[in-house]
Ligand binder design. Structure first.
Ligand code: EPU
Length: 302
């Protein structure tokens, strides 16, 4: 969508918002799929309620993009503008065992920064791509660790109230790849409380997780991580693998040979290719196991 309302365009600089015209969403997502639209880069967090009000009044649909690492976006000219937080400096601060982290900070960088300051606990999250805000929303997890376990406070734009609020851990529920945040809430910052651990010990844990990940996941290919959530007590990847569906493809959208719950863009996959692959695999698993796999990947395909 191209913004054309001169009143909206004129108000953006005052709000500390930079407009990138005709931005490629494919270039901003790990799958490398997605069309073009105006991207609004938010430098001043406090201006978010005013920006959203401005868009609402102007009848402009919008979506909020985090790190784009768990997302499938449709092709062509997109019918909404995309909002994204610009990176801030400094993006993290420590106070004792508490790390105050901006939502736009890279998750891996956060884990490493905390480790260098002898704060551990998040070793399992080291290879999870994306931002801290995205990890929070989804309660990202790996190797027995989930980010929600360390959250003490979250600052967010609360869509229902149209204002910025702070929530304490008790006000948020974190479950497997699910949280109680509303779909249109926007994460702004988090306070994590982490256990003290010597850097060398944390580094050892990080190395082990990196090694496990490298040997089981297609890290050098374009993907959105796992496509489906694991069903209770089961593994989506194992089921797809057992059905002999590794390398099964629709156009350039392909089930990874390394991990069957990763679907890769092996070239010029379109959103329609990837969606069709997802549905075909879901049906095959349902037909054989009677299990309806639920998406883990977020779809912006309508
Ligand atoms: N397996 C196969 N074939 C495959 C893939 C897996 O047989 O192609 C088997 C493995 O051998 C293992 C079992 O399935 O016995 C589970 O596999 P794995 O340890 O790779 O874990 P997963 O359940 O497939 C989950 C998360 C990953 C996370 C890993 C490591 C989900 C949907 N996936 O994968 O998270 O990195 O555990 O903790 O919960 C993500 O969220 O995007 C993601 C990649």
């Amino acid at each position: 969508m191209k913004l054309s309302d001169p009143r909206i365009i004129a108000a953006l600089p005052e709000l500390g918002v930079e407009r990138i015209r005709g931005a490629s969403v494919a270039e901003r997502t790990s799958l490398g799929i997605g069309g073009t639209t105006d991207l609004l880069l938010i430098r001043r967090r406090s201006a978010l309620p005013a920006l959203i009000r401005l868009l609402r009044v102007g009848g402009i649909a919008y979506k909020f993009l985090g790190g784009g690492t768990n997302l499938l976006v449709k092709d062509g000219e997109l019918p909404w503008v995309v909002l994204q937080l610009a990176r801030q400096e400094p993006e993290m601060r420590l106070e004792g065992n508490t790390a105050q982290v901006d939502a736009a900070a890279d998750l891996g960088r956060t884990v490493t920064f905390c480790a260098k300051n002898d704060l551990g606990g998040m070793e399992g999250l080291i290879g999870v791509p994306g931002t801290v805000g995205g990890a929070l929303r989804m309660n990202a997890g790996a190797y027995g660790t989930q980010i929600g376990s360390y959250v003490r406070q979250v600052e967010l734009y609360r869509a229902a109230e149209a204002k910025i609020e702070t929530l304490w851990e008790k006000q948020i529920s974190f479950e497997y790849r699910h949280t109680s945040f509303a779909p249109d809430d926007i994460m702004l910052a988090v306070k994590l409380e982490l256990p003290s651990k010597p850097y060398r010990e944390i580094l050892q844990g990080i190395r082990i997780c990196n090694e496990k990940r490298r040997s089981s996941q297609p890290l050098n290919q374009k993907s959105a991580g796992c496509i489906f959530k694991n069903p209770a007590g089961g593994s989506a990847g194992r089921m797809i693998d057992e059905l002999g569906l590794k390398s099964f493809s629709v156009g350039d959208a392909r089930v990874s040979e390394r991990h069957a719950n990763f679907f890769v863009n092996a070239g010029q996959a379109s959103c329609a290719d990837m969606l069709s692959l997802i549905e075909k695999i879901r049906q095959r698993v349902h037909a054989s196991y009677g299990v309806e796999l639920e998406n883990e990947v977020i779809l912006w395909t309508q």
